[in-house]
Design a binder for this molecule. Structure first.
Ligand SMILES: Nc1ncnc2c1ncn2[C@@H]1O[C@H](COP(=O)(O)OP(=O)(O)O)[C@@H](O)[C@H]1O
Ligand SMILES: [Mg+2]
Length: 508
């Protein structure tokens, strides 16, 4: 009878069951792996053979055929070593524990000496094992902290093959991995390199950032070099609300799938801040590749995607951002499959007003022609700008103000205000499938952004004077809703509309 060991195959962020069977036949010594196994899986043969021999276990001197089922699912990755080794050891009756094997998932890469190495995507694998009601999961010791985030399943962290074989044969006992229960303490350890309280002056921009953090509004900044655009963007994570436990799991799962977690940093507990360079390829920005992997926009999930020097990005890459900005996820389609990666982030963009950077600067003269200025700004398409609620023109802070001792910004007070505003939105949208004001569509805007007659008058004047588009009009309503929430005001008042009008897109 062929043996059967259970493991998983990963596709994007999801995992599927794979059964590993080994069959030992009387023929010349040779191992064959069948079942749509990728090159890395084929290479498992050598590692498995050496690991079993060097663990002083019995390796058959005959022909071994290993089957990875189902055969139509591509098997990629290095975690098949352990289940393959176990299927051979079960087949030659080195391990005898059918009952445990039936209820367990095994993953891990083997080294020649039989020790287990770290693998990717462990959070997703553990979630799969738990959701499908397996009792145990056996995984490499190096992955144990990541895995400890998942409760409701027995997790065993294994150092080497011989230890596992002894355990399965009931020769030794192994401790289960304890669940991580220290998440409440996370915010106390938060230490941001860039901090909102380091910014001198810039009250108008700081206020806009607070509004953005409260309602998850996308922001664009335009200003001459050195005006503090990068500093403002990088300081955003210090005022954003802490990740909830559910969000920590969601984000860590993404990072675990691309191997960006380590034993020292087993979890993502801070809101991600991703700032891809403008020379980044489309695939690294939005995800993809032969075996689709998440891109920067997915790594920015629940955090910030910062595009510095926006006009330098290829137009095609910016256009591709439109769909994920709208939907909060990206779908990557291949001939055999279609994968979806989450991508809910606040977009912050920064740019100079013109190629030389000094248009409207108080200290330096701009050397660009009108045509150059127009071409530079035309690179950013209307549909992308349409998804940005807050537009800021940033001027440089004067030297003496920069050197002033800080008028202490109370970070925790700001964070608290933002947290309250988010809570208001959460309860408002509890039946609407959205969380923040920025996500409101037309019908929700009509429902939740009722404004007084005076404000209507103000808006009609603005529409005429500034040539506001319909989209621009609705953006102002959404931002005004967030400003009202920051003040804990049930109604949008005229003053909220007046403030929101300051953040509209100005013509260059
Ligand atoms: N308002 C400010 N408060 C404190 N430091 C500032 C401020 N504005 C600029 N700086 C400092 O000036 C330098 C340039 O700022 P940066 O954010 O890189 O400008 P930009 O991205 O607009 O070119 C940074 O070292 C930054 O810390
Ligand atoms: Mg900069």
């Amino acid at each position: 009878m062929a043996s059967k060991i259970l493991t998983t195959a990963s596709l994007g962020l999801n995992s599927f069951l794979v059964e590993v069977e080994a069959d030992i036949q009387r023929a010349l010594p040779k191992m064959t792996i069948v079942g749509l196994a990728d090159t890395a899986v084929q290479e498992a043969k050598e590692r498995v053979k050496s690991a079993i021999k060097n663990s002083y276990l019995d390796y058959p001197r005959t022909s071994i055929v290993v089957n990875l089922a189902p055969a139509d699912l591509k098997k990629i990755g290095n975690h098949y070593d352990l289940p393959i080794a176990l299927s051979i050891l079960q087949e030659n009756e080195t391990i005898k524990c059918e009952e445990v094997l039936k209820k367990s998932i095994f993953v891990g890469e083997l080294s020649f000496d039989g020790s287990l190495r770290k693998i990717n995507n462990i959070i997703s694998i553990c979630i799969f094992a738990k959701e499908n009601r397996y009792e145990n999961i056996f995984l490499p010791y190096e992955n144990s902290v990541e895995a400890s985030l998942i409760n409701g399943i027995n997790i065993f962290a294994i150092k080497n093959l011989s230890e596992l074989v002894k355990f399965l044969n009931r020769k030794i006992q192994l401790e289960k991995v304890k669940n991580l229960k220290t998440l409440e303490k996370i915010s106390e350890y938060e230490n941001h390199e860039y901090n909102f309280s380091l910014i001198r002056g810039q009250e108008y921009a700081k206020r806009a950032m607070i509004i953005s953090a409260s309602g998850a509004h996308n922001v664009s900044m335009c200003g001459s070099p050195g005006s503090g655009k990068t500093l403002l963007a990088r300081s955003m994570p210090s005022i954003l609300p802490d990740l909830s436990e559910r969000e920590i799991l969601e984000v860590s799962r993404i990072y675990s799938s691309v191997g960006l977690l380590s034993r020292e940093n087993p979890l993502i507990t801070k809101r991600p801040f991703r700032s891809p360079h403008h020379s980044s390829s489309l695939v690294s920005l939005v995800g993809g590749g032969g075996i689709p992997k998440p891109g920067e926009i997915t790594l920015a999930h629940r955090g910030i995607l910062f595009l510095d020097e926006l006009p330098e990005f290829p137009k095609k890459n910016l256009e591709t951002l439109r769909q994920p900005l709208e939907d909060g996820h990206i779908t990557i389609s291949r001939a055999q499959m279609s994968l979806e990666f989450p991508a809910k982030f606040i977009l912050i963009t920064a740019q100079n007003p013109c190629p030389c950077g000094y248009l409207r600067d108080e200290t330096k003269n701009c050397t660009c022609t009108n045509l150059q200025i127009r071409n530079y700004n035309q690179k950013i398409s209307g549909p992308l700008l349409d998804r940005i609620d807050i537009h800021l023109n940033i001027s440089r802070v004067k030297q003496d103000e920069l050197q002033k001792d800080s008028e202490t910004t109370n970070l925790s007070e700001i964070k608290n205000k933002i947290k309250v505003a988010r809570k208001i939105q959460e309860s408002r949208f509890k039946n609407e499938k959205i969380f923040t004001n920025s996500e409101m569509g037309l019908s929700l805007i009509k429902k939740y952004c009722i404004i007084p007659i005076e404000a209507k008058k103000l808006l009609s004047i603005a529409i005429e004077k500034y040539n506001l588009s319909a989209r621009g009009y609705f953006r102002i309503l959404k931002v005004a809703r967030t400003i009202a929430d920051l003040e804990n005001s049930q109604n949008i008042k005229t003053e909220h509309i007046a403030e929101a009008l300051q953040y509209r897109k100005m013509e260059i």
